[in-house]
Design a protein around this ligand. Structure first.
Ligand code: SF4
Length: 342
């Protein structure tokens, strides 16, 4: 058996995580920026490369494992969380990442995603949201906006889009966050937070698709509008935003809705301080809903709860069985209990 690796002696750089594969995304795709930040953060995690796995489904973002010089698995549409979950249960020692898109995660794989989140199994899910199906050339996706004209909605999409963090909170996710592809510092911070979380960590990353949905997040990136459009969630800090932090998010105690107000005024609303560790997800869920007109879009960590993971509890049960009955063999298992004899 090999001696355990002392991770404090690892001296990786970003280059160590760059594979020899040609990157085949369209020029200007937001996926490049996300790949660069993931490769930049990896050396800081102190995890041996051979202990890192990227698992993907199908879609533009799902080419990600080819470009990381780690282990990787390009799997089937929407099923990356299921495959990653199996890997988690079989291998305690791995850092397991799922890379998926809004179509792969929320449509084809919606069922797998919600159950991974509900179970709180130790996988890290990066969901690139470009509000479109890019690989299949521009059909509306579960996050496409109402009225969005696409190849499959020439009259404008008539369906309500999912808010991915709202959905994740509804599925009882213990870590939910959002970032933006071009906000490099913020994205790096969020990737590190994802890496640190021991249960299912879900990070939505707003990603531009310049070919089929260009500029969908432009107002959140443009220097002239960004301050008024983005609310950065910081644990323990008041929910304020805007130029000179002049706007505050408050709670209307009667209607239980959030609204934006002048931060220096008093109007009977409840001042809010962000608490990502709140056990009750009510305020996080209000923040995670689609912003109403006049409200900013939150980025940052909506929720981060430290609770036992699915695998910890599963391993505890199996260890207890093994202690009582011995390790056993596969044949003994197959012959145990009721069975059909032909
Ligand atoms: Fe990126 Fe869009 Fe091209 Fe896909 S189609 S690689 S999302 S720019």
């Amino acid at each position: 058996m090999n001696a355990p690796i002392d991770s404090s002696k690892l001296k990786y750089t970003k280059k160590d995580f760059v594979s020899d594969q040609d990157v085949r995304w369209c020029p200007g795709c937001g996926d490049y920026a996300i790949l660069a930040q993931v490769q930049k953060v990896m050396p800081d995690l102190g995890i041996p490369k051979e202990k890192i796995v990227f698992v993907s489904g199908i879609g533009c973002s799902s080419r990600f494992p080819y470009y990381m010089d780690t282990y990787g698995f390009h799997t089937i549409h929407g099923r990356a969380p299921a495959i990653a979950s199996g890997l988690r249960l079989a291998r305690k020692d791995l850092s397991i990442w799922v890379v998926t898109g809004d179509g792969d995660a929320l449509s084809i794989g919606g069922n797998h995603l919600i159950h991974a989140l509900r179970r709180n199994i130790g996988i890290k899910i990066l969901m690139f949201n470009n509000r479109i199906y890019g690989l299949t050339k521009g059909q509306f996706s579960p996050t496409s906006q109402r009225g969005q004209v696409t190849k499959s909605s020439p009259g404008g999409s008539v369906a309500s889009p999912f808010s991915a963090p709202f959905l994740a909170l509804g599925a009882q996710a213990t870590f939910v966050a959002r970032s933006v592809d071009t906000d490099t510092q913020h994205l790096q911070q969020m990737i590190k937070r994802v890496a640190e979380h021991k249960g299912t960590a879900f990070l939505e990353i707003y990603q531009n698709c310049p070919v089929f949905n260009d500029g969908t997040f432009a107002e959140l990136k443009d220097r002239s509008t960004k301050a008024e459009q983005l609310l950065e969630l910081e644990h323990g800090q008041p929910l304020v935003y805007g130029t000179n932090r002049s706007r505050a998010i408050r709670l209307n105690p009667k209607s239980q809705t959030l609204y934006s107000a002048d931060a220096s005024g008093q109007d009977g609303g409840v001042e809010l301080v962000h608490d990502e560790q709140a056990v009750n997800p009510a305020i996080a869920s209000l923040l995670a809903q689609h912003p109403q007109p006049g409200m900013p879009t939150p980025i940052g960590v909506f929720r981060a709860l430290d609770v036992p993971t699915f695998e910890e509890q599963t391993w505890r049960q199996s260890n207890s069985e093994i202690e009582q009955k011995g390790a056993g063999t596969l044949d003994e298992l197959l012959d145990a209990g009721d069975r059909w004899d032909l």
